[in-house]
Design a protein around this ligand. Structure first.
Ligand code: MN
Length: 264
């Protein structure tokens, strides 16, 4: 029996997770464990300083008053009692492209799966105004899920899937786009004359890149980006070695007097 865990960050009652779960029911036994409230832009946060409650919402549908990462961990340890064969996270109302993957709770749900060695897929679709159409995304997500179940994924790899509002021109395997961040933080004053700050969604200033996730969805393609939890900048290792050597040599005299401080 194939077991599929579905989570998200828009919350257990969102339309996107319901349609995603429905779309993959033909592939195995589907269990939904998702945040009771919206947990968007919460990243890979883990709740460690308060208890987590699990509420049964329906048949094999559970809500946790926590983050997507909490949901994956609670699901494996106390709902499924074993690792599922596949984790799906989404369908998020709004894209998770480029640098935004680090803020995304949707991507984090799949990232947690990848860290645990479980094939995992995050799915997000375009938001137009405050609305999204999830049907075509759910259908392509189910087809991707079927192939991942059949062919597997390299260990510690997740797929970040982003879809335009259909119809799709095809599927493009992509890399993360680079966005030049323009931070907008508004300062306002509350009724008691105290200032408060409101982080606005930054304007998009994407660097052009033929193979980027951003370009793919703009061109009408489904974007599939393989991601990995290992954030090591391998191309920067040599530069960092140089830095470390300089730091060590400039402070060699004082470092050498501290027991246990070895830099080589
Ligand atoms: Mn969300």
């Amino acid at each position: 029996m194939i077991r599929i865990l579905v989570t998200n960050d828009d919350g257990v009652h969102s339309e996107g997770i319901r349609l995603l779960a429905d779309a993959v029911r033909g592939l195995g036994e589907v269990t939904v464990v998702a945040p009771i409230q919206e947990a968007s832009a919460i990243g890979h946060a883990l709740t460690l300083r308060r208890p987590l409650r699990v509420e049964t919402i329906g048949p094999r549908i559970y809500a946790v008053d926590g983050t997507p990462t909490d949901c994956v961990n609670v699901a494996i340890t106390h709902v499924l009692h074993e690792k599922p064969d596949l984790i799906l996270s989404g369908i998020n109302k709004g894209w998770n492209l480029g640098d935004d993957v680090t803020y995304s709770g949707t991507v984090a749900g799949a990232l947690e799966g990848a860290l645990l060695g479980i094939p995992s897929i995050a799915v997000s679709t375009q938001r137009i105004g405050d609305a999204s159409t999830f049907g075509p995304s759910a259908e392509i997500a189910a087809r991707i899920a079927a192939q991942v179940l059949a062919q597997g994924l390299p260990k510690f790899t997740l797929l970040n899937v982003n879809t335009p509002q259909g119809p799709f021109k095809g599927i493009r395997v992509t890399v993360q786009a680079k966005r030049n961040h323009v931070t907008v933080v508004s300062r306002r004053v509350d009724p008691r004359e105290r200032p408060y700050y409101w982080i606005e969604e930054g304007t998009n200033d994407w660097e052009p890149h033929d193979r980027s996730d951003w370009q793919a969805v703009r061109d009408g393609f489904v974007s599939v980006t393989p991601l990995q939890p290992d954030m090591t900048a391998y191309e920067a290792l040599a530069h960092t070695e140089g830095l470390a050597r300089t730091i060590f040599e400039s402070g060699a005299a004082s470092l050498s007097r501290q027991p246990g401080s070895t830099l080589d």
